[in-house]
Design a binder for this molecule. Structure first.
Ligand code: SAH
Length: 206
């Protein structure tokens, strides 16, 4: 609850997002040696050179996906399952979540972390998320937890009309920013937001 209050001071307002952040216990997703830091606003190592994102960044990105929509988000595609934390938060605010991970070790760790939570609407997939997951398309929302030099074409194609994508992406400034793409009936609308620091989006599986 202290973490949720801190998120409010970071400007997170959406009630469903705050409720989901309060519901999913972050300490279950990190190594027991790091559990005492689980509710601080910091990223933490999850093995294989990867990190679990800061709670304020997870909440910020999910709030961007929910923006002013009433009710639950529809089908969501997440690229970069990692330890499965953000996937669990998404599964609370969305009707269906497909989460992809390219590293088998993390895919399996996420499965283990999530087993006891029994989130029936969350589907973990092992594969290269740069290709998206066409079988689940179209998606109301797509969220990337790893940053690339541009937004893969497959994501834009698999986004529903009326849908929104949020991804850390290198911009003209040379740094990584959160980029929002809205797919409207008249085309794609791209908005660049604040600078962020995500692990790199990589192609292929490992
Ligand atoms: N949302 C995660 C954050 C994990 S860090 C969490 O809550 O823990 C980002 C993850 O993206 C890493 O596990 C990395 O292996 C994965 N990743 C990078 N490129 C990817 C790709 N092309 N497809 C799927 N996963 C990818």
């Amino acid at each position: 609850m202290a973490m949720v209050r801190k998120l409010e001071t970071h400007g997170i307002r959406h009630p469903a997002v705050l409720a989901a952040m309060g519901k999913v216990e972050r300490h279950r997703f990190v190594d027991s040696a790091l559990a005492n830091q689980a509710y601080e606003d910091t990223s933490l190592p999850i093995g294989l050179g990867q990190t679990i994102s800061k709670p304020s960044v997870v909440a910020r990105m999910i709030e961007l996906l929910c923006h002013d929509r009433p009710g639950k988000l529809g089908r969501v595609l997440e690229i970069g399952t990692g330890c499965g934390y953000q996937a669990a938060v998404l599964s609370v605010v969305a009707t269906e979540v497909y989460s992809m991970e390219r590293l088998r070790g993390l895919h399996e760790r996420a499965r283990e972390n999530l087993r006891l939570l029994r989130l029936a609407n969350l589907h973990l997939l092992m594969g290269d998320g740069m290709l998206g997951f066409a079988k689940g398309a179209p998606y109301a929302a797509i969220i990337a937890a790893a940053g690339g030099n541009d937004i893969p074409q497959a994501w834009l194609e698999q986004l529903a009309v009326g849908g929104r994508l949020v991804a850390p992406t290198v911009t003209a400034t040379g740094q990584q920013n959160l980029v929002v793409v809205d797919k409207t009936a008249r085309g794609l609308v791209r908005t660049e937001l604040e600078a962020v620091h995500f692990v790199p989006l990589k192609s292929g599986i490992g």
